[in-house]
Design a protein around this ligand. Structure first.
Ligand code: SF4
Length: 396
């Protein structure tokens, strides 16, 4: 254990966080409870095809099942009427449908809807359905809580309770799509809800395969964005992975001192290492990394920070998403006034950086970036994870 890790040690207790960490001797996040039947939505098409083969069933049934699950979005095997009754019974005896129950729903004045979905173990995750002119964007969770401990984020107050399975991740998209009552489709999926997606690498990658599958949602690689706080080994794995969806880096600071205060993960992987990992991602002409940058009054909104941001990102094919801070009750940070946000954006644009200013949707229902939470723990209640444990848990 390094001196830096020791600095992060605190009292061990229940869910994990990196903000001020300690050691429990048990570094793996809790798993969802083992069920007698498997969640069929945990299976990629390749995995379901292999299962069909093992059962001696024609493989085209796997494609039909995907269509029933993700295009027609039925809730029971008995509704899969193109399958024989015996196959439906076989499925029923091995799998459950992985339906998620909406424990609560709130609607914003801007039309966004936030849902808390109950998982099989009773835990809750939040997801948001956001309307656009021609389509819907959904923001989904990848973990129950989060270990990263970002100072500006409500989810961090939960610590990490457990990872979601692929079926629990895509299940959110299914349930949100079921809520749509007009003829618009879900066209964008962003992994920006609760959790650090790259800290739950394999299940997230399986969920990406399911969302992209032509017999599933058939979403384009360019329409899915995975956001990370900057886990460098996982960014490198992601870059080498065939999923090839879009990547967003939650940057939020231009010096290691500032970013390290806001995002403990920066103490292990400083800005230069994160940017190098991004530069090393093999890319074609269309691939552009997004850098999310939260503007916090007096913390990250100085125009000198904007100039430094231009220097940091020089030569990268990227865009910057500026997000005025979304405060929550008792939050220690504040949003700058809009004039300052525009000045920050203007400076980036004038220096040749593609920069958008994004006013988060759903602020009045606490559905905006960094506001999702389903059960805060006190600092003493969160089990702490050291930086070494975090690194070990990334596997590879
Ligand atoms: S901002 Fe993202 S990575 Fe940081 S604590 Fe919140 S959910 Fe986790």
């Amino acid at each position: 254990m390094t001196a830096r890790d020791k600095h992060l040690l605190e009292t061990p207790q229940a869910p994990r966080t990196l903000a001020a960490s300690a050691h429990t001797g048990d570094t793996a996040p809790a798993e969802p409870p083992a069920a007698a039947k498997k969640n069929i939505k945990d299976y990629t098409l390749a995995e379901l095809t292999a299962w069909m083969t093992a059962q001696g069933e024609p493989v085209f049934h796997a494609r039909q099942i995907f269509q029933w699950l993700y295009q027609k979005r039925v809730r029971q095997f008995q509704e899969m009427t193109t399958l024989s009754k015996s196959l439906r019974m076989l499925l029923e005896s091995h799998f459950h449908m992985g339906n998620l129950e909406a424990a609560s729903r709130q609607e914003s004045s801007d039309g966004s809807r936030k849902f808390a979905f109950r998982l099989s173990d009773g835990r809750l995750v939040e997801a948001v359905l956001m309307p656009n002119n021609t389509h819907y964007t959904v923001c989904i969770s990848s973990q129950v809580g989060c270990a990263m401990g970002c100072a500006f984020c409500m989810t961090a107050k939960m610590g990490l309770e457990r990872n979601l399975t692929p079926g629990e991740i895509v299940g959110q998209v299914v349930e949100l799509a079921r809520e749509i009552q007009d003829d618009k489709l879900v066209r964008n999926v962003v992994y920006m809800g609760m959790g650090e997606p790259l800290h739950n690498f394999e299940p997230v990658m399986s969920s990406l395969a399911i969302l992209q599958e032509d017999f599933g949602f058939g979403l384009s690689q360019r329409r899915i964005t995975v956001s990370t706080s900057g886990l460098v080994p996982a960014i490198r794995r992601f870059g080498a992975h065939p999923a090839r969806v879009m990547l967003a880096i939650s940057l939020n600071g231009v010096t290691d001192a500032t970013r390290g205060t806001l995002m403990p993960v920066n103490r292990r992987w400083p800005i230069a290492e994160v940017l190098q990992a991004c530069r090393d991602i093999p890319s074609d002409n269309r691939y552009r990394i997004t850098f999310e940058y939260i503007l916090m009054k007096g913390v990250t909104d100085d125009l000198a920070d904007a100039r430094k941001l231009v220097r940091l990102l020089h030569g990268m094919k990227c865009k910057v998403n500026l997000i005025p801070y979304n405060p929550y009750p008792g939050s220690p940070f504040h949003a700058p006034d809009l004039e300052r946000c525009h000045a920050f954006q203007r400076l980036l644009l004038e220096r040749g950086l593609l920069a958008t200013l994004r006013i988060s949707k759903g602020q009045d229902i606490q559905a905006a970036c960094g506001q999702l939470i389903t059960g805060a723990k006190t600092a003493a209640e969160r089990v702490k994870m050291t930086l070494s444990e975090l690194e070990a848990s990334l596997g590879g």
